[in-house]
Design a protein. Structure first.
Lengths: 389, 396, 306
């Protein structure tokens, strides 16, 4: 995974060229599918993990001799910016050779791009963006999503925390749609369950220093700090909590379920809670297969939290193409009827908005440098205790 | 009607008159632009980049470039018409290519905004690091007005410009009072403030952004595909054509401004504020004028951009996007609108063409710009000394 | 609000201010000598932090465990390495563009910043994720009610302030400083007086970049986390701080740094409606300040440019 220094962009160029021109052994028709995600900039770790996973899915499929087509992945960078997202979505959708897409990690980008897919009739499967509106804000038949929304995630999170007996929270969220959305839904569910929010703090996604906010929180003395945001600032906030001697439980969202969070904090990560849609990859037979194949492929970056979803989405798309042929309309129709489709993240069933309804939410706790599933952890057995319990 | 003064070369290239060479040049650039927008594979892109480099060197060596400049100088009317014609031909050739047209229109709109900045710091010397913010104000104005009012969209374009100018007035006091780096920091602060404010404040959609309605003129919806001779074209043709008009008008305004007494005033303010004030030039007025003019252009372009993209969010108008606009002006050569045009094409299209190397594209892009600057420290087409009468300083 | 919390805010603010001031000092130096804005400064800072991190990994790899030895070596190698890189940047990217409009240096350093950032992201192993910077300083803390001061924070602030004072002495009390000031004031005259102009420019860039690397390492030691994008905002704030203070003046940079830190802290604490507005607040105050004092709080006077 973390292999070696990659010394030159030139080498990458050559590699990309080779990849693109690789000739299949058997003469099959070539079908293009698109991958869109942030490959550069602040959240690129997730984008690259997703890209690698989708690429892996394509590679494995091309090795399968029974496959009717040879697949080619067109990976595009949306920079996590809506205008660039619309641009690359147009690029993919306007290219008739591209049959479908595995698209978007950033919600604001996805929201902007879904109209493009609809306009051009290209089936798209969202692999990482969690904003409910992406599927529920429209009636586009082309748009699907394999991962759950932040509504499911926070409902479970609130229920779980209330069951643990926590009463007071302070909320820190980043001011992107991701953090704001999480703040909104978590606050709604937790107050509904009798929890009390003592203070809410919005922070920008590139902020380094949180001591001012945390000192304020120290004054409020909450039992739990809820954090809605992604790994980089999650690491910083947890780190600085320790600096200021804040003992509260740190509760995160799907955005911090990553190896980088654990690596970035070391021992401090212990006891952090987080929630993510989907069954944990290493619990399902397919998931184990994915992780071992990913390891074998020797990518420089980890798959991150949403890699398995990108893998599942790419596979679902290719299954559809295998079944009904390389035709956008037929693939869209196929996808809309997907029910209990086997995947490495659990069975996929799309509702009438194209949203995967079998959204299992897994509860995680950081234990001994790993994200352990709550039920299997020493915390659940009572061997270890969360802060304040 | 151009600011370039060049002594005619002793011998014309291939013995052709300058105008003919100029027209050949425009034709070549047209074909090149079409090929480049069309290029998909890495080999094509690479070949075209090499071709461009060779072309520039060959053109300079053989003296053809000077002939082109002369043509621009002496036959500006015909040349300008030829260039607009060239753009139209490219649009025609690409009429079914949605994506290429989207890129072309983006270039034209970024060009329009960058021309505004050009007036601000190419002519007047006021650095503006909030270009994307004013661009964004235009786009947000378009979003609000198309969705909540019945104002005809063409008018909304103007409103976008006016809104940018009005909000710009908030900055007028600090910008006019400060100079150089000090005024840079005012605009930097504004650029950061603008994006953060939109993000934390939910009135304008917050971080999730807003949907923008489409452009329409006299009932013709720009999001429907025009049909010509039974061939259905991309709906982006509409935007590309309007973008061309907008860029052409902006270009014309900029050039007229440069040639006018006002332009001279702006230049003198840039070169020496104190001396200009001594000669009775209203430094404050000149600065306000240039600042507002630039913001209007940026806002207008932003409004059309928003309508074309049809969805906007604060992350599209960050400080780094402002820097992109600044990069266009500087790379092109400060104060030369033609340079701005070339640089706009490079800065907008090149990163997109580099999509083929995925995560490495920004690394390569920034290295390419560094190399260009090392070879041409003054920008690609530095501004020449102004002449008022074409071919006045003659010559054999 | 009790006194302990007040002290905590103050301590946070001082820490933040020291870091901002160190970055701002770099901007002021470059501006003084060459009249240029070097936009890659923040990314050079990040590079310094990563250099330190790499040295740490190397030293930990060969089994050196004494934290004090590690801290000294990590900091020194980061500062020296980055100072060298700073000089190289000046020699090959900044000086060649000296005759071009000064803004073009801004563009080239801007692109250089992007290149550095992207290169670290792509070529440092797993560089797109945050890295855990080791905490090498003692972490015992003093608790006074709500106020908790950790030894490492105190040491960092102390050393940071010492570096700023040291830079001040270097500029104002040494022959090198004299030469730097001479070049800043009048390049031509300085040359005629036998000052090696190119050398002085390179040295100035080395000093400025070294200071940035120090700030980067300090940042790493304090937050125990570094990432490829850390220089972006720090560079922006450092630049703003240098300008609010008044360019070409070390005191200005320090004042600006602390002022900015103060604004952010006050913004986060005192704004009742939402702390998310604190950056809006800080930058709005910057705009207002510039309208009030167009050449910075400590107005630039040609006679005492650095």
């Amino acid at each position: 995974m973390k292999k070696s220094f990659c010394w030159s962009a030139g080498a990458a160029l050559v590699a990309a060229a080779m990849l693109a021109t690789a000739v299949p052994a058997v003469a099959k028709d070539t079908v293009k599918i698109a991958f869109i995600g942030p490959l550069t900039g602040g959240v690129s770790a997730n984008g690259l993990g997703g890209r690698n996973s989708a690429e892996l899915a394509v590679k494995l499929r091309n090795q399968d001799e029974k496959a009717k087509y040879t697949y080619e992945l067109m990976a595009l960078d949306d920079e996590c910016k809506p205008n660039v997202g619309v641009q690359v979505a147009t690029k993919a959708a306007a290219d008739r050779k591209v049959i479908g897409g595995v698209t978007h990690y950033c919600s604001a980008v996805a929201i902007g791009a879904v109209d493009i897919y609809h306009k051009f009739g290209m089936p798209a499967i969202v692999w990482g963006a969690v904003l409910p509106d992406i599927t529920y804000g429209n009636t586009h038949a082309e748009v699907h999503r394999v991962n759950g929304t932040m509504i499911n995630q926070n409902e479970t999170a609130a229920q779980f925390m209330a069951d643990q007996g926590y009463k007071t929270w302070a909320v820190i969220h980043d001011t992107t749609d991701y953090g704001k959305g999480h703040n909104e839904y978590f606050s709604k569910f937790i107050t509904g369950k009798g929890g009390k929010i003592l203070g809410t703090f919005g922070v920008t996604a590139d902020q380094q220093d949180f001591t001012a906010e945390l000192t304020k929180i120290k004054e409020l003395k909450p039992e739990v700090i809820f954090f809605g945001g992604l790994t980089p600032i999650g690491v910083r906030i947890r780190q600085q909590m320790d600096k200021l001697g804040i003992e509260a439980v740190f509760q995160g969202t799907s955005g911090i379920v990553s190896d980088a969070y654990l690596d970035g904090l070391g021992e401090l990560a212990e006891g952090t809670l987080a929630f993510r849609e989907g069954a944990p990859a290493d619990k399902l037979p397919g998931g184990k297969f994915f992780l071992s194949e990913y390891e074998k492929a020797g990518y420089d970056q980890a798959p991150e939290a949403y890699g398995p979803f990108a893998f599942a989405a790419a596979n679902l798309l290719m299954d559809a193409i295998e079944d009904v042929g390389a035709d956008r309309k037929k693939v869209t129709a196929y996808l809309n009827k997907v029910e209990n489709h086997d995947s490495i993240t659990g069975p996929i069933t799309f509702d009438d908005h194209g949203q995967n309804t079998v959204a299992v939410i897994t509860k995680y706790v950081a234990e001994d440098g790993k994200w352990a599933v709550w039920e299997d952890s020493k915390y659940a057995t009572g061997e270890r205790k969360l802060a304040g319990r | 009607m151009t600011a370039k003064t060049l002594d005619l070369p002793k011998k014309s290239w291939l013995g052709l008159p300058a105008l003919a060479i100029g027209l050949i040049f425009v034709a070549l650039v047209t074909v090149y632009g079409w090929l480049f927008l069309h290029a998909e594979s890495e080999m094509e892109v690479l070949a075209l980049l090499v071709a461009a480099a060779i072309g520039v060197v060959a053109g300079t060596r053989s003296g053809a470039t000077r002939n082109v400049s002369v043509a621009m100088n002496q036959h500006s009317g015909i040349m300008n018409a030829a260039i607009i014609g060239g753009v139209l031909v490219v649009i025609g050739l690409l009429s079914q290519e949605h994506f290429s047209l989207l890129m072309l229109t983006s270039v034209l709109l970024y060009l329009t905004a960058a021309l505004g900045l050009n007036v601000q710091f190419g002519y007047t010397g006021m650095v503006n690091f909030a270009g994307a913010a004013f661009f964004g104000i235009g786009a947000y104005t378009a979003a609000v007005m198309t969705m909540h009012t019945g104002v005809p969209p063409l008018l909304i374009l103007l409103c976008g410009g006016v809104a940018a100018a009005l909000i710009g007035f908030v900055l007028v006091l600090p910008v006019v009072r400060t100079r150089g780096h000090y005024s840079a920091v005012v605009t930097i602060a504004f650029a950061v403030l603008f994006k953060t404010f939109l993000e934390v404040n939910d009135v304008l959609g917050g971080p999730q952004g807003l949907t923008v309605g489409s452009m329409s003129i006299l009932g013709w919806d720009f999001n429907s595909s025009p049909t010509l001779f039974g061939v259905e074209m991309s709906f982006y043709v509409n935007y590309a054509l309007l973008g061309t008009v907008l860029a052409a008008v902006a270009f014309m305004f900029t050039r007229r401004l440069e040639r006018s007494w006002l332009g001279l005033t702006l230049d003198s303010v840039r070169l020496d504020e104190t001396a200009s004030a001594c000669f009775g030039i209203g430094v404050t007025r000149a600065k306000i004028l240039a600042f507002t003019f630039g913001n209007v252009l940026a806002g207008t372009a932003g409004a059309l951009y928003g309508m074309m993209i049809s969805f906007i969010a604060p992350t599209s108008f960050t400080f780094s996007d402002s820097l992109l606009l600044v990069a266009i002006v500087l790379l092109g050569g400060m104060g030369n609108p033609w340079g701005t045009a070339v640089a706009a094409a490079i800065v907008v299209v090149l990163p997109e063409k580099l999509q083929i190397i995925q995560e490495y594209r920004f690394l390569l892009f920034s290295v390419l710009v560094i190399v260009m600057l090392l070879f041409r420290p003054d920008g690609l087409l530095p501004r020449q000394i102004r002449t008022y009468i074409p071919g006045w300083r003659k010559q054999p | 609000m009790d006194i302990g919390l007040l002290g905590q805010y103050l301590a946070n603010g001082i820490m933040l201010g020291t870091m901002y001031a160190l970055v701002a000092v770099g901007f002021t130096l470059f501006f003084g000598v060459l009249d240029v804005i070097k936009f890659s400064h923040g990314d050079v800072l990040m590079l310094g932090a990563f250099t330190g991190f790499t040295v740490y990994l190397g030293m930990a790899g060969i089994g050196i465990e004494n934290p004090w030895v590690l801290v000294v070596f990590v900091t020194l190698s980061a500062v020296i390495g980055t100072a060298f890189i700073g000089a190289v940047i000046a020699r090959y990217l900044v000086l060649p563009l000296k005759s071009a409009p000064p803004l073009n240096i801004l563009l080239i350093t801007l692109m250089l910043g992007t290149a550095i950032r992207e290169a670290v992201r792509l070529f440092f192993p797993d560089g797109s994720n945050p890295k855990p910077f080791p905490s090498l300083l003692p972490s015992s803390s003093v608790e006074l009610g709500n106020f908790s001061l950790r030894a490492d924070s105190a040491i960092l602030v102390g050393v940071g302030l010492a570096v700023i004072v040291g830079l001040h002495l270097l500029i104002n009390r040494t022959r090198l400083g004299l030469a730097i000031r001479a070049v800043a004031q009048d390049e031509e005259t300085a040359k005629t007086m036998g000052i090696n102009y190119t050398m002085i420019v390179l040295v100035t860039f080395a000093i400025g970049s070294g200071a940035a690397a120090f700030a980067g390492t300090m940042n790493g030691l304090y937050y125990n986390e570094i990432n490829f994008g850390m220089g972006l905002l720090l560079g922006l704030i450092g630049f703003s701080a240098a300008i609010i203070g008044g360019l070409g003046n070390l005191y200005g940079a320090i004042l600006g740094g602390f002022l900015f830190a103060g604004l952010q802290t006050v913004g986060a604490v005192a704004l009742p409606f939402a702390s998310a507005y604190k950056d809006v607040f800080a930058f709005a105050v910057v705009i207002a300040l510039m309208a009030w004092k167009p050449t910075g709080l400590i107005a630039e006077r040609t006679s005492d440019r650095v």
